[in-house]
Structure formats: structure tokens, C-alpha cells
Design a protein around this ligand. Structure first.
Ligand code: ZN
Length: 92
């Protein structure tokens, strides 16, 4: 029964419990983007990716991200930003 709800870090400050949405319609992810200046979600369903630490340092600098098991989970838009900055790897 809803054990996954524990993963939510959102606090309901309105106290409006009846307004809590079911998981099917949720727009929130469970994995937050590893980039500190970003509050997107890095879930696969959101198009999130994981980058290596070196990749993250290249774009966001040392300390601009938080790592997770040696990888940095990034949201879709951060991934695109990284890809832009690494065009050389993307050209054929
Ligand atoms: Zn992001």
C-alpha cells in the first residue's frame, strides 16, 4: 500500500491532504536532478540520464553536482545542456 510514497520529500505545507495526487497522474519524479542549480527530475520516465563524474565536472564544475554511486543523474534539460557543451563527441 503506498510504500513508495515515502520517497517523496515534498512536505504538504497547505495541509490539504485530499489534494494529494495518485502516482499515476504524478508530475513529480522520485530521482531529483544531480545538478545543484537545477530542480528537475532525472527519472527515466522524464528523460533523465546519468553522466560520469568527469562529464559533470566539464559542464558544471567541481561541486556543482551531487553524485550517486559514482554517476551523476541529470534531468533531460541538463543532459541536453551537457550534450551541447560536448558537441565534439556528438559529431560523426
Ligand atoms: Zn537538471
Amino acid at each position: 500500500m503506498g510504500f513508495k510514497a515515502k520517497a517523496r520529500k515534498h512536505k504538504a505545507d497547505s495541509g490539504n491532504e485530499s489534494d494529494v495526487e495518485k502516482k499515476t497522474a504524478a508530475k513529480e519524479g522520485e530521482i531529483s536532478c544531480g545538478i545543484k542549480s537545477c530542480d528537475g527530475y532525472a527519472d527515466k520516465s522524464f528523460g533523465g540520464r546519468s553522466l560520469s563524474i568527469d562529464n559533470a565536472i566539464d559542464v558544471w564544475g567541481d561541486g556543482g553536482y551531487s553524485e550517486r554511486k559514482g554517476r551523476v543523474r541529470v534531468c533531460k534539460s541538463c543532459y541536453r545542456k551537457w550534450k551541447k557543451d560536448n558537441k565534439s563527441e556528438d559529431t560523426y
